[in-house]
Ligand binder design. Structure first.
Ligand SMILES: Cc1cc2nc3c(=O)[nH]c(=O)nc-3n(C[C@H](O)[C@H](O)[C@H](O)COP(=O)(O)OP(=O)(O)OC[C@H]3O[C@@H](n4cnc5c(N)ncnc54)[C@H](O)[C@@H]3O)c2cc1C
Length: 504
């Protein structure tokens, strides 16, 4: 792979335009524009990466050719990636966005579309948007059908209030329009979920990338940022250390994600840098993860899914403090599926308060109704549970063994055991050890404390020019497209506010 320097470009040239000059010679692996108006140069320059053979041919064919009234300069870049021997110009951007996940891709696009001149988005991984690709089992549940006011309570009191402006500025209708305008239709399915009709997460990512490229914002991948530096009297701009070089920018948007799925690039860099700046970062913990249980009977049920159940979190007094009517799946490690995953944040945040997950196996039936059905005549409760109440056979066997009424007719079940069976049916108690951790968590709960961020602009109080978006913030919701909604909607505000501030 060779890196090629291209000089004498019009300063407003975009990466797409630069890449298209080279595509006749072979596939362009990466292209990057640096158009520094403020150095007084009327022309810009950029870099292209491609196979050695294609690069050699492109250099000899393009060098000296006329492009918009001036002769292009095309030669091999030196090891540092600049044009060899020439004095390096200080590189200045209007807006830099760190992280090219759901939030970063949108923030960079919005900043550029809102008029910021030079927008650069840096991503450490070789490809952008990796989590989008794996989301929803590769299908990407990109948003919800709920309206902002319906969804707000799902983010908790503080989170809902913080997101109010963001959710209203970018409601699901707008996110679906982004897709529709680029030919990706979306469909609504159960639990208020919205998916691309194709069920291909790649289609969603392609739309976000196309919108980014068309805006003229530049994306650089394989560019791990090592540090950030806040403005000081000697340098009144934000600086970002990447590839051993400090790049400066007027406005900086951090969209670095949280700590979940660390193999996808998210290892908490943003939290570290922001704490170093003196910001309060609430302990990041795994959320939307499966739960582990040591109970042997739970593991015996591995592979079984219960659809019409209500999961409950109870205090020691028995008071129910949280309910979630979503499916539960028994696994070899414990329980998973949307219901347990939605409640996993509570087990992580309050491990002493919550040690058990309770499951109402028959939420549509009152206790009195069940007693009348189960404990009369010669039928055995096991048979009624299976045939009349449609509980799965494997589950019924476990319940009957736990209550110890195998082979007993309904009317013969002793009174204390009747109560025990009803308790199991209306609040099966699953002991929980904890969540399966960051390696298996879809999101992070915790992060940058919201009081430090302006909810109208996503700018950090006391740090002018610094904006945050996405999972980095201490706000998270349940399964159902809400995490992307948080990422997209906070990114729209951050990108637009950063752009507006460059012109102030
Ligand atoms: C398996 C799985 C399935 C999911 N399914 C869904 C779903 O169906 N619906 C839904 O709404 N949500 C889903 N989510 C959650 C959703 O993917 C995230 O909440 C969302 O991607 C967060 O967006 P973000 O841009 O804030 O962070 P991320 O998408 O995590 O992006 C952060 C980016 O920053 C980059 N980065 C980090 N450090 C650096 C650095 N030092 N330098 C440069 N770049 C850096 C990372 O590589 C990453 O690309 C799922 C998550 C997972 C893991």
């Amino acid at each position: 792979m060779k890196k090629i320097y291209v000089g004498n470009l019009p300063w407003q040239a975009g990466t797409g335009e630069l890449a298209s000059l080279f595509t006749p010679f072979g596939e362009v692996a990466d292209s990057f524009i640096v158009s520094d108006r403020e150095t007084g140069r009327s022309r810009g320059f950029g870099f292209v990466e491609m196979d050695d053979d294609a690069a050699t041919e492109a250099i000899s064919s393009l060098d000296g050719t006329e492009y918009e009234g001036r002769a292009l300069r095309v030669n091999e870049a030196n090891e540092r990636g600049d044009r060899g021997g020439n004095r390096r110009q200080p590189v200045r951007f209007d807006v830099m966005v760190l992280g090219a996940g759901a939030a970063g891709l949108v923030a960079a696009r919005e900043a550029r579309a809102a008029g910021a001149g030079r927008v650069l988005c840096l991503e450490k991984m070789p490809k952008p948007g990796l989590k989008i690709l794996v989301s929803g089992g590769g299908h990407c549940n990109l948003t919800t059908t709920l309206r902002p006011q319906e969804a707000e309570p799902l983010f908790g009191k503080e989170g809902g209030r913080f997101l109010r402006k963001a959710l209203r500025t970018t409601p699901p209708r707008v996110i679906r329009e982004w897709m529709h305008e680029r030919g990706v239709e979306t469909v609504e399915e159960e639990y208020e979920k919205v998916w691309p009709k194709s069920k291909r997460a790649q289609d969603v990512l392609d739309v976000l990338l196309a919108r980014l490229h068309d805006s003229g914002a530049v994306l650089r991948t394989s560019a791990p940022v090592e540090a950030i530096r806040s403005p000081d009297p000697t340098l009144p701009h934000w600086s970002v250390l990447v590839g051993g070089e400090w790049l400066t920018t007027q406005k900086l948007v951090l969209a670095l994600g949280g700590c979940s799925y660390p193999g996808m690039g998210t290892v908490g860099d943003g939290y570290r840098w922001l704490s170093d700046l003196g910001l309060q970062v609430n302990e990041p913990l795994p959320a939307l993860a499966g739960l582990s249980s040591d109970a042997a009977w739970v593991k015996e049920l591995a592979g079984l899914t219960l659809y019409d159940v209500e999961l409950q979190l109870r205090e020691e007094s028995g008071k129910i403090v949280r309910r979630r009517a979503r499916p539960l799946l028994f696994t070899h490690k414990g329980v998973s599926g949307p219901g347990p995953m939605d409640l996993s944040r509570d087990f992580e945040r309050e491990p002493v308060r919550f040690r058990n997950l309770h499951v109402d196996l028959l939420p549509a039936h009152e206790e009195s109704e069940l007693k009348a059905l189960l404990f009369r005549g010669s039928s055995q409760p096991a048979s009624i549970l299976q045939k009349r109440l449609s509980l799965p056979k494997r589950l019924v066997r476990v319940l009957i063994e736990r209550v110890d009424i195998m082979g007993i007719q309904g009317a013969q079940v002793p009174r204390p055991l009747r109560q025990l069976l009803i308790q199991e049916l209306k609040g099966l108690c699953i002991p929980i050890r904890g969540s399966l951790g960051f390696a298996r968590a879809e999101v992070t709960t915790g992060g940058v404390a919201l009081v430090q961020v302006d909810p109208a602009t996503m700018e950090v109080h006391g740090h002018p020019g610094l904006y945050l978006a996405g999972e980095l913030l201490d706000v998270d919701g349940p399964i159902g497209g809400f995490s992307f909604w948080i990422a997209f909607s906070t990114a729209v505000l951050a990108g637009r506010s950063a752009a507006a501030a460059t012109k102030a």
